[in-house]
Design a protein around this ligand. Structure first.
Ligand SMILES: C[S@@+](CC[C@H](N)C(=O)[O-])C[C@H]1O[C@@H](n2cnc3c(N)ncnc32)[C@H](O)[C@@H]1O
Length: 311
């Protein structure tokens, strides 16, 4: 991450102007042409992650990531994604021992960030450790287990000789259970470098919400089986009121989400708040200036939490 020379192009591909981008890309205006834009989204669609615009729920998160990440795509950064392939135990207990055959979003990051080290963390094992991705490293762990975080940090210590400020980007796309999201944030967010990003995806969905679908067993991480907590989104909305969906633990309107969180989970509340103070919540909505860049009718969904580590 650092100062960059940026060239803007018109729709014909001719250079309009060249200038230095900010050291701190926070607040950096959208700078890229249609031709430079959407690369991450194209890769998402090519490899079939639902962060793109053609697979599964088509969250379009990559449309938003293009805006924040493009300035660093040629840097030798470190990325960690928790949750590698759809169909894990968050969808049914019989998936606990499945083997991960592919990792579409890891492939996407690997190609987009062509110099980066890409780490993957998942509860399921890989089918084979033999992959064609030379900068990919895998750790098998459970985001609900404190031991997994300890072991993961031991591995990081061996590689980087430290256990904090290692990653430019961490993405939590694992079970999506609020309790898990909160544990991961407490245990992993200190691994984000100053100025780096911590992202929690798919905040609208809880494990077992789709249990009625044919073939779906009861999810191992059914949110009703985990310690009760509040909707993670509310904890990053300035203590706003809970907007929990149907069947989720409801916070009465009169009680702030923070207070309710403290009541329900006193053992993690302080650590959570301390960590949250180190981060800024970024805008999840597209900028007006950016709208013309998106494929017709396609906007990124806003059910994610985008955080940036403060200086
Ligand atoms: C939504 S999928 C990930 C999709 C992938 N990131 C993509 O964009 O294509 C969720 C993944 O999280 C993993 N997972 C579920 N519960 C987990 C847990 N408690 N700890 C770690 N990983 C978990 C599942 O095995 C599954 O691979």
């Amino acid at each position: 991450m650092g100062k960059k020379v940026i060239t803007e192009y018109d729709s014909e591909g001719s250079a309009i102007r060249t200038y230095e981008s900010y050291d701190d890309p926070w607040g950096m205006p959208p700078t890229n042409s249609f031709f430079q834009k959407l690369t991450l989204t194209k890769l998402a669609n090519k490899f079939g992650t639902d962060k793109g615009t053609t697979t599964g729920c088509c969250s379009g998160f990559t449309l938003l990531y293009e805006h924040y990440f493009e300035y660093s795509r040629h840097d030798k950064i470190n990325i960690l994604e928790i949750g590698l392939n759809n169909g894990g135990p968050e969808h049914g207990e019989n998936n606990m021992n499945r083997k991960i055959e592919d990792f579409p979003s890891i492939r996407m990051w690997h190609e987009y960030y062509h110099k980066a080290d890409i780490w993957g963390f998942d509860i399921n094992a890989l089918k084979t450790s033999d992959t064609d991705l030379e900068r990919f490293r895998f750790f098998q762990g459970d985001q609900g287990s404190l031991d997994s975080y300890k072991d993961f940090k031991k591995v990081l210590k061996q590689v980087y000789n430290k256990t904090s400020e290692i990653f430019e980007i961490i993405i939590d796309d694992a079970s999506h259970a609020f309790y898990h999201q909160q544990l991961s944030f407490i245990n992993l967010a200190s691994l984000v470098k100053i100025g780096g990003f911590y992202i929690i995806e798919d905040t609208h969905w809880q494990p077992n919400e789709d249990k009625t679908k044919p073939g779906q067993g009861r999810a191992v991480f059914d949110f009703r089986l985990l310690p009760e907590t509040v909707d993670t989104t509310t904890l990053f909305d300035n203590g706003g009121e809970n907007r929990a969906g149907e069947g989720r633990p409801l916070v009465p309107n009169s009680t702030s989400a923070n207070e309710r969180f403290k009541q329900l989970r006193p053992e993690i509340y302080n650590d959570f708040v301390k960590m949250r103070e180190k981060f800024e919540v970024l805008d999840r909505k597209p900028w007006l200036d950016d709208l013309w860049r998106y494929p017709i009718g396609q906007l990124p969904k806003s059910n994610l939490i985008l955080l940036r580590r403060k200086k």
